[in-house]
Design a protein around this ligand. Structure first.
Ligand SMILES: C[S@@+](CC[C@H](N)C(=O)[O-])C[C@H]1O[C@@H](n2cnc3c(N)ncnc32)[C@H](O)[C@@H]1O
Length: 414
């Protein structure tokens, strides 16, 4: 009797749960659609098909179908090392990737397996999806979830994604779902000419990560078709790259490139000088596509670039209030620091300015405001990013900023 009752209730519960999941899945797809993120019906259909909750069995349905990333593993210091990425970002990157039915796709960073399932929907029954995960237990649970959700044909490999998976190469598409410092040699080798890779590439030691869609034009040359601001957990394993943080006060930190370390004491001293505000009169609407301004500053400045992060105490006390919209973009020299600041003009518009600290800051202040004036006259929206394999001959381009990585020379033009 007890057993029969439990069974009946269990069936009703699981039917209710499946219906609720479907409702939430469609709500999430509607939300992403509302942002205009879906550009092709197939990506939208994939989102309406993949049962995310089966890949996130330990969280409530509302969280599995929520709008935020779901962290599934943290390092001992609390930083996130694995997650189900933000659904809107996943949709954006799948649109960038432009997967076609029947294609061979390699994913780096399986995590829960959700994105691999979406890829399986996009390639259809005649395509191939291989996904690589560094952690063996995550790879095992992604395999189980993919089977349970009806995608047993997705191949999950446990290993270092920087090595790719030569057995099924070449691939028409590669998607990297952890932040990369370089385009690994295996990705160059295993992507077919004419194919596309989407990779969240960290363009500076301080951050500035862009999900870049690159088309492989020649075996040693890729050119971007789009670049989207994003944040990701970093790649671990052989291609790991540490961030370098310089603490200037208890709650003000300058993130810099490890190859370009500042005079710590001089910059900490600079911050003790009251900030001088230089408002430029340059107005930016909140909805304007100006998200690459920080990258523009990095690639045009003659000074050194970093990102200033200030805690609430520093902000409210007026010690440092960098513009969060551009990740605290800052320029610094031997004894002065200048950071991008904003103030509201009205509900729709803000004004750009620079706040400069340090005893001798005139030159840096003039340089920073001049850069903003130059940005304003061009208002470049999307950069073109070219990647040349490091052992190939870089193409000279005087209007380009060069970012050199062990295996790739990257140039950014506007
Ligand atoms: C943000 S999660 C991936 C999100 C996932 N694709 C999804 O469907 O939402 C990043 C994953 O990359 C994995 N990872 C990090 N370094 C890796 C590497 N070198 N090779 C393979 N996987 C790696 C992490 O363990 C983590 O699970």
């Amino acid at each position: 009797m007890t057993i029969a009752n439990t069974g009946a209730t269990g069936n009703t519960d699981s039917t209710d749960r499946a219906e609720r999941a479907e409702q939430l899945r469609n709500d999430l797809a509607d939300y992403i659609k509302g942002w205009g993120t879906f550009r092709t019906p197939r990506v939208e259909a994939a989102f309406r098909a993949v049962p995310r909750h089966l890949f996130l069995p330990d969280v409530p349905l509302e969280v599995a179908y929520g709008r935020k990333p779901v962290v599934t593993r943290r390092a001992a210091d609390g930083t996130s090392v694995s997650s189900a990425s933000s659904p809107k970002l996943v949709a954006t990157m799948l649109e960038q990737l432009a997967v076609q039915p029947g294609q061979r796709v390699l994913e780096i960073g399986a995590a829960t397996g959700i994105n691999a399932a979406l890829l399986a929907e996009l390639v259809g029954p005649t395509g191939t999806v291989v996904t690589i995960e560094l952690d063996d237990d995550l790879a095992a649970s992604a395999t189980e979830s993919l089977e349970a959700a009806g995608y047993p044909h997705v191949e999950v490999i446990c290993g270092d994604g920087a090595l790719g998976h030569p057995d099924h190469a070449p691939y028409d598409r590669i998607i990297v779902t952890a932040e990369a410092w370089d385009i690994a040699p295996a990705w160059w080798d295993q992507l077919t000419v004419g194919g596309r890779i989407v990779v969240p590439l960290r363009l500076h030691g301080s951050g500035l990560t862009r999900a870049i869609a690159f088309d492989l034009h020649q075996p040693d040359r890729m050119v971007s078709t789009s670049a989207v601001v994003c944040g990701f957990v970093p790649m671990r394993g052989t291609t790991e790259h540490a961030e370098h943080h310089v603490r200037l006060t208890d709650d003000v930190v300058l993130k810099v490139d490890a190859d370009d370390l500042p005079d710590h004491a001089a910059l900490a001293q600079a911050l003790t000088h009251p900030g001088q505000e230089h408002w430029t009169g340059i107005q930016v609407r909140h909805d304007e596509p100006a998200e690459h301004l920080d990258l523009w500053l990095l690639t045009t400045t003659a000074s050194r670039f970093g990102r200033l992060s200030a805690g609430s105490q520093a902000r409210t006390s007026g010690l440092a209030d960098p513009a969060p919209r551009w990740g605290g973009a800052a320029l610094y020299d031997a004894g002065a620091i200048a950071y991008l600041a904003t103030r509201d003009i009205n509900d729709e518009t803000l004004e750009l300015g620079v706040i400069v600290h340090g005893p001798d800051n005139t030159k840096l202040a003039a340089h920073a405001t001049d850069l903003l004036t130059r940005w304003d006259s061009a208002r470049p929206s999307q950069p073109t990013i070219t990647a040349n394999r490091a052992n190939s001959t870089p193409r000279p381009n005087t209007a380009a900023a060069h970012i050199i990585r062990p295996h790739t020379a990257i140039t950014v033009t506007w």
